[in-house]
Ligand binder design. Structure first.
Ligand SMILES: Cc1ncc(COP(=O)(O)O)c(C=O)c1O
Length: 373
C-alpha cells in the first residue's frame, strides 16, 4: 500500500485494456488482420526517414497537410467535403474524444451515452471529472429516441456520445434517429455563464464507419445542418493502421477550435504525421480488404445462426454472439485452441472480430469443439 495522494475516484481502478497475447488468431480488439504491403511499408519508411532529418525541431502544431489529406479521404469515402480547418486529429480517436471531453465536459457537467457501448467512454469522463450518465439501449441495441430526448432534457448533458456502428453490438443508427437526437440536443446543453442554454455537443463515433453495409449513411451527411455535431473516425480499423495511433474528427470550425485550445502543444509527433500522410496516399490499397471483411462478417453471422447461436446483425468488423451459460468457459476453450476473442457486452455474450479466412476457419473449428464436445 502506498501513501500517495491518489485523486478520489481512481482508487482501485486498473489500466484499461484487453489481453495482449501472441496466439495464431487474435480476434479480440477489432483490428484489421491484414498487415501493410511491402510497397506501403517502403513509402512509410521513406516518409519517416525524411521526417527524421528534422527531428531537432518540434512538429507542425496545426498539421494542415495531414488534415487536408484526411478531409480528401472523407470526401471520397462519404461524399462530404469539408475544409481542413474542420478536421481535427490526435493519437487515436481515444485522444480526439478526450479532447472533446476536456473542452466541453468538466466538473458539474454530464456526458450521456447508451449502453452497452464502448468501454472507454466512462474513462474519458472520469479523467475529465465529467459525470457519466447512461441510458440502456433497446433489446436489439437500437435507441429509443423518445427516451434519449427525455434523458437529454433531464440531464442537460454537455456531450452526448453515439457510437455508430456501436461497439460491441455492431448496431448502426438510422440518420433520422441521429437527426432527432441532434434536434433534442439543441438548447438542451448546460447553461453558460450568463445563464443561457447551450447546444449539447453530439459526437457520432464512427470508428467502424467504413464497414457499414451498403445504403447505411454516415452522420457526416448531417454536418452542414448542425453546428453541435462532431463525427469521429480512426485509421485503426478499416485502414489497418492501429499501430500508427491516428484518429480524427470532422465538425464545425468553432468546435475544432475549442479542441485546439485543450490539446497539448505538438501532440501529434512528426513521425506520426509523416507516416499517416504516407499511409493515406495508399488509401485504396489499404482499404482493399474492407469488402472481404464485410463479407466475412455476414458469413460469420449466418454461420453462427446456423449453429443455433444468436448473432446480431453488424455494420462493423465484429459480431456479438451468444448467449452462453458460462461465456468465460467458452472464451477459455477458444483460447486453448489458439483463438483469442473478447468477453464483453451483455451477460452471456462474446464478441469476435473478423480475421483472415484461415483465422475465421480456426474460430469456427474451435467454437464447434468447445460448444459441442
Ligand atoms: C467505438 C470505438 N471508438 C473508438 C475506438 C478507439 O480507436 P482508436 O483510439 O484506435 O482510434 C475504438 C477502439 O476499439 C472503438 O471501438
Amino acid at each position: 500500500m502506498s501513501n500517495l495522494p491518489l485523486r478520489p475516484g481512481l482508487a482501485g481502478d486498473t489500466p484499461y485494456g484487453a489481453p495482449e497475447m501472441d496466439v495464431p488468431a487474435r480476434l479480440n480488439v477489432n483490428e484489421n488482420p491484414y498487415p501493410p504491403s511491402p510497397a506501403v511499408i517502403d513509402d512509410i519508411a521513406d516518409a519517416v526517414r525524411a521526417a527524421a532529418t528534422r527531428l531537432n525541431r518540434y512538429p507542425d502544431r496545426e498539421f494542415p497537410a495531414l488534415r487536408q489529406a484526411l478531409a480528401d479521404y472523407l470526401a471520397v469515402e462519404s461524399g462530404v467535403r469539408v475544409p481542413w480547418q474542420q478536421i481535427w486529429a490526435a493519437n487515436g480517436s481515444n485522444e480526439v474524444m478526450l479532447h472533446v471531453l476536456q473542452a466541453f465536459g468538466g466538473p458539474g457537467r454530464v456526458c450521456l451515452s447508451f449502453t452497452p457501448t464502448y468501454s472507454m467512454y466512462p474513462e474519458y469522463a472520469r479523467d475529465t471529472l465529467t459525470e457519466y450518465v447512461t441510458l440502456a439501449r433497446r433489446q436489439d441495441f437500437t435507441l429509443d429516441v423518445e427516451a434519449v430526448r427525455a434523458a437529454i432534457v433531464a440531464h442537460h448533458p454537455a456531450v452526448v456520445i453515439l457510437a455508430s456502428p456501436n461497439n460491441p453490438t455492431g448496431t448502426a443508427l438510422p440518420l433520422e434517429d441521429v437527426r432527432a437526437i441532434l434536434d433534442a440536443a439543441r438548447g438542451a446543453g448546460p447553461f453558460d455563464e450568463d445563464g443561457a442554454p447551450t447546444d449539447a455537443v453530439v459526437v457520432v463515433d464512427e470508428a467502424y464507419g467504413e464497414f457499414r453495409r451498403p445504403g447505411v449513411p454516415s452522420a457526416l451527411e448531417l454536418l452542414a445542418d448542425y453546428e453541435h455535431l462532431a463525427v469521429s473516425r480512426t485509421m485503426s480499423k478499416a485502414f489497418g493502421m492501429a499501430g500508427l495511433r491516428l484518429g480524427y474528427l470532422a465538425a464545425t470550425r468553432a468546435l475544432v477550435d475549442a479542441l485546439r485550445v485543450v490539446r497539448l502543444p505538438y501532440h501529434l509527433s512528426a513521425i506520426s504525421q509523416a507516416a499517416a500522410l504516407a499511409a493515406l496516399a495508399h488509401r485504396e490499397e489499404l482499404m482493399s480488404q474492407v469488402a472481404s471483411l464485410r463479407d466475412e462478417r455476414d458469413a460469420t453471422v449466418a454461420w453462427l445462426r446456423a449453429q443455433g447461436h444468436m448473432a446480431f446483425e453488424s455494420d462493423a468488423n465484429f459480431v456479438l454472439f451468444g448467449p452462453f451459460e458460462d461465456r468465460q468457459a467458452v472464451f477459455e476453450g477458444l483460447l486453448e485452441r489458439g483463438v483469442l476473442i473478447r468477453v464483453v457486452g451483455p451477460d452471456g455474450y462474446l464478441r469476435v472480430c473478423m480475421g483472415t479466412p484461415s483465422q475465421m476457419e480456426a474460430f469456427r473449428t474451435a467454437l464447434t469443439a468447445v460448444t459441442r464436445p
